[in-house]
Design a protein around this ligand. Structure first.
Ligand SMILES: *Cc1c(COP(=O)(O)O)cnc(C)c1O
Length: 446
């Protein structure tokens, strides 16, 4: 190959490598073809911290947070930390002026240890225990979102001081066909249905409890919602409920939390919910619904999780073996898998994969990237184009792994969970260390 030929093939290969829609904002390919994030080549991180590892681009997370703040100026933004929960990430969220959602005592502990102002913490969960509710209230959390009649009574009995609460309602907006997971309809476990009057009854019961200070309503429609119009419909239905509550009980609720679930792209061309488009839809819905009911505009709260953290993360894996099966499919096995990424097995999620340690020159072919776990569903990406000369020892990077990977990881097969490595301006640091076999054995006390 002449130099000119290789420059031509470089030119062909390079744009394929980093689609800015799916990779972190700082992702670059250097002259040696190495994929870099946060100013650091991923292969250097692999050498230093081993594989598999989650790499989190701090600049990407902060960039997403700022886009939300800029687009939704009058809206409070609360980071749904279950997407990616570490003290550093909670601190970045707080630094950027965001509140933090928690849905377990462990998540609350992380937020508090990170120094998040408790008043900016929102507590969720459909099965909070008495003890959890008491501890949350004692730590001074800003909002507890009530999700059942039992919880309402338990919380009221535990309080020594008034607690601001929201009631979670289901506006019955079906996002099916718009999104991956649906929670805004009535036939699922979360919330009180507006239709049929459950939500209204819950509100009345909260208003009867002097220690519960009802500040507003909450709904969450599901995940990977790309169409802003479904939030508008949710707003119209809840404003109408708020107007009914005003008529019956004489209270004006001043806060409406419309949840998260904003879609992010995992593959080139996937739909994304742009915060600016959401802002317009929210504004129009408030104008019409509040206008029609002559209801004062409530403060809107949004709770993006994935939209803030997904694209900040890439997972790096080392290729361990490559096998061509008689059916014709080529399997590329790496040193991680469903333990660090359960989303393929759970939801059939799709991912973008790139060679991270060199220019992927030459022809490509479709392969299936699989993990190292003893389970046939242990797949990372089906039918992705990777170079035909891929070989054991090459480094692969998977994009869009900053949400629901670290936080959903398991220790299946007694494989310890990967570390979370934060990168920024050419420097890397361990945010969460790798889980060792000793860690796993330490829990086995028999
Ligand atoms: C999970 C969850 C979110 C965040 O969902 P994303 O899809 O990560 O944006 C927001 N609010 C509530 C109540 C949730 O349960």
């Amino acid at each position: 190959m002449t130099l000119l030929d290789s420059l031509h093939s470089l030119h062909r290969a390079a744009p394929m490598r980093i689609d800015p829609a799916v990779w972190p904002v700082t992702a670059r390919v250097d002259v040696d073809g190495r994929l870099c994030v946060g100013g650091t080549p991923l292969c250097d991180l692999a050498d230093q911290y081993d594989t598999p590892s989650y790499v989190i681009d701090e600049a990407d997370f902060r960039y997403r947070a700022r886009r939300y703040r800029t687009a939704l100026r009058e809206t409070r933004i609360v980071y749904a930390g279950k997407a990616l929960r570490t003290t550093a990430v909670a601190r970045w969220a707080a630094d950027e002026g965001l509140g933090v959602d928690v849905c377990s005592p462990g998540e609350l502990a992380v937020a508090l240890r990170a120094g998040v102002d408790p008043r900016r913490i929102v507590v969720h969960g459909n099965a909070k225990t008495t003890c959890e509710l008491r501890e949350a209230a004692r730590s001074g959390v800003g909002r507890i979102v009530i999700d059942s009649g039992t919880e309402l009574a338990m919380l009221a009995s535990q309080l020594r001081a008034p607690q601001d609460v929201l009631v979670r309602v289901t506006p019955d907006v079906d996002i099916h066909g718009h999104a991956a997971v649906t929670t805004g309809v009535t036939d699922q476990k979360f919330g009180f249905a507006i239709a049929g009057g459950d939500a209204e009854t819950a509100v009345r019961r909260v208003l009867d409890q002097p220690m519960l200070n009802l500040v507003g309503l909450h709904f969450h429609l599901g995940s990977q919602v790309a169409d802003a119009e479904v939030y508008a419909e949710g707003i119209r239905r809840t404003i109408s409920l708020m107007a009914d509550i005003r008529a019956r009980h004489g209270v004006v609720l001043a806060e409406l939390n419309i949840g998260g679930g904003h879609a992010v792209p995992y593959l080139a061309g996937d739909a994304e919910l742009d915060p600016a488009v959401l802002a317009d839809a929210v504004d129009d819905a408030l104008d019409s619904a509040c206008g029609a009911e002559r209801y004062p505009r409530p403060t809107i709260v949004v709770e993006p999780g994935r939209a803030l953290s997904a694209r900040a993360g890439v997972t790096i894996y080392r290729v361990v073996s490559i096998k061509r099966q008689p059916g014709g499919r080529t399997f590329v096995a790496v040193d991680g898998g469903m333990g660090d990424n359960p989303r393929v097995a759970l939801y059939g999620a799709r991912y973008t994969v790139a060679v991270a340690n060199r220019h992927p020159l030459g022809p490509t072919h479709p392969v299936t990237v699989v993990g190292r776990y003893c389970e046939a569903g242990d797949v990372i990406a089906r039918d992705v184009a990777l170079p035909m000369d891929l070989h054991p020892g090459d480094l692969l990077a998977v994009a869009g792994t900053g949400a629901y990977h670290h936080s959903m990881a398991s220790t299946f097969n007694m494989v310890g969970r990967p570390p979370v490595i934060g990168v920024r301006d050419g420097a890397a640091r361990v945010l969460v260390r790798r889980e060792t076999t000793e860690d796993l054995l330490a829990r086995d006390t028999s």
